[in-house]
Design a protein. Structure first.
Length: 70
C-alpha cells in the first residue's frame, strides 16, 4: 500500500452552465486528492480507483492522470 494522489484539472469546466476563467500560472494552485487504506476491507474500492475504467471516468471529469507515490 502507498499514497496515491489524484489531481483535479478543469473539473468544473465539464459541468453545463459553469463559466470558467484562466488563472495565470503564478496564481494557479494545484489540488491533490489522496487516499489511504485504513482497513483491508477498503481494498476493493482502492483497486477500482486505480483501475483503467475509473481513471477514464475521472479523466472525463477533468482530473489529471493518476500519479502514484510510494
Amino acid at each position: 500500500m502507498g499514497l496515491t494522489v489524484l489531481s483535479a484539472g478543469s473539473l468544473y469546466a465539464a459541468w453545463p452552465g459553469i463559466t470558467t476563467i484562466t488563472i495565470p500560472p503564478p496564481f494557479c494552485i494545484r489540488a491533490d486528492y489522496a487516499f489511504a487504506l485504513c482497513h483491508a476491507k477498503a481494498q476493493p474500492q482502492a483497486d477500482f480507483l486505480l483501475s483503467v475504467e475509473a481513471q477514464e471516468v475521472l479523466e472525463k471529469g477533468g482530473f489529471l492522470p493518476l500519479e502514484k507515490r510510494a
